[in-house]
Write a protein that binds this ligand. Structure first.
Ligand SMILES: NC(=O)c1ccc[n+]([C@@H]2O[C@H](COP(=O)([O-])OP(=O)(O)OC[C@H]3O[C@@H](n4cnc5c(N)ncnc54)[C@H](O)[C@@H]3O)[C@@H](O)[C@H]2O)c1
Length: 360
């Protein structure tokens, strides 16, 4: 039986959904259950994924069994797996670095991060000891130093890296080269949800171009009530997130919009929404005879399972690349799974490129 040994950095809502998904699809008929893009990638099914290490910094997660930490506050995503099995993994203390924004302290503990009072482990050594092959990075937006710390540890411990955070590594030529030189694959950056605001917005922008009309202006305003949205209230942490989301839409247009005519980003934190994310999207264009027209839509999704459905594929692609001896940024997997890949593709092309890479 092939096994994929996975490490997780950041046991937040996305990690919780990922772990729940691993359990959910074990007990549901795959032919009837929705939400799984690929039953197998390179021979790896979901039941072949075994979590062997996990890192966090929150007092309610560090030192706890992974299956308990995944459901501990401030995680607030929907619970769709009846019970998480015992994983025999204890969440280890990572280095906090810039992982926790200062303003978290001003919000109630059940909704915000609280650092554990524990010594951080040596992440590279912990990875080596666990036998991890792939690490999925789920740190908060703006954790530039912390994400790089886990990437360095992966380089040292020879572990492939799946970067779900808008800290630019796979899309940064210098970091890409470091992974290539170390003969390790990297998939990144910033996970794209399965049916989320980004892909809907990209698809509509592309549709307008394909139908011969000129997009004049657009926005995407997002609200949510999870710690991801709370974290993003600090605008300095947001710069890369805005770039990543905006470029993801710009990349689909024949002609780029001027900066003042495109506004995309997390817009506000609404506590009671919890892990429900609502996106308000507006596109304005001129049709035949330059006559003005517009479209408005409201999209409501559960944020974390929406991204876990894609991460589960990115992780298996990283392992398949390891098996094949493929190193550096995985172009097709990153274009399909991530908002800020090293090379942007049209979504239909990314789907085709990924499927042909998997079956090569
Ligand atoms: N649909 C989605 O949910 C989606 C889409 C795109 C990108 N992302 C990105 O994925 C990342 C994870 O999202 P989430 O919703 O799980 O966030 P979250 O806030 O629920 O979880 C982040 C976790 O990281 C932990 N953490 C903070 N600093 C750390 C450190 N130094 N070392 C180890 N752990 C640390 C926190 O304690 C928390 O458990 C975010 O950057 C988010 O923007 C999510």
């Amino acid at each position: 039986m092939p096994t994929l040994r996975l490490a997780i950095a950041g046991v937040g809502n996305c990690a919780s959904s990922l772990l729940q998904g691993l359990e959910y699809y074990k007990t549901h008929d795959l032919a009837r259950a929705s939400g799984l893009l690929h039953q197998q990638i390179g021979g790896y099914r979901l039941e072949d994924i075994r979590v062997v290490a996990a890192f966090d910094v929150d007092a309610r997660k560090v030192g706890r069994p992974l299956e308990e930490a995944a459901l501990a506050p401030p995680n607030c995503t929907k619970i769709f797996a009846e019970k998480l099995p015992s994983s025999e993994v204890t969440v280890q203390m990572g280095p906090v670095l810039d992982g926790i924004a200062e303003h978290m302290a001003r919000y109630p503990a059940e909704r915000a991060f609280r650092a554990a009072d524990a010594e951080p482990v040596d992440v590279a050594r912990a990875l080596l000891e666990s036998g991890a092959e792939v690490l999925v990075c789920y740190l908060p937006v703006g954790s530039e130093r912390a994400v790089r710390h886990y990437a360095e540890a992966c380089l040292a411990a020879r572990v492939a890296f799946v970067n779900c955070v808008p800290v630019f590594l796979a899309s940064d030529p210098a970091w890409a080269e470091r992974f290539r030189a170390a003969r390790l694959p990297i998939v990144g950056d910033d996970i794209k949800s399965q049916v989320g605001a980004t892909i809907v917005h990209r698809t509509l922008a592309r549709l307008l171009a394909d139908r011969g009309v000129t997009l004049d202006a657009t926005y995407q305003l997002n609200t949510g009530g999870n710690t991801d949205f709370l974290n993003m209230l600090e605008h300095e942490r947001l710069a890369n997130k805005r770039v990543s989301k905006t470029e993801s839409v710009q990349s689909q247009l024949d002609e780029r919009l001027a900066a003042e005519n495109i506004h995309i980003g997390p817009s506000d934190y609404v506590a009671w929404q919890k892990d429900n994310k609502v996106a308000f999207v507006r596109l304005e264009w001129r049709g035949f005879g330059d006559v003005p027209m517009n479209l408005e839509l409201r999209l409501s999704v559960e944020d974390s399972p929406n991204s876990a459905g894609v991460a589960i594929d990115a992780i298996r692609c990283a392992k398949l690349a390891l098996d094949r001896g493929v190193a550096g940024p995985l172009e097709a997997a990153s274009a399909f799974c991530m908002k800020r890949p090293p090379k942007q593709m049209r979504d239909v092309d990314a789907t085709r490129a990924l499927d042909s890479w998997i079956s090569a």
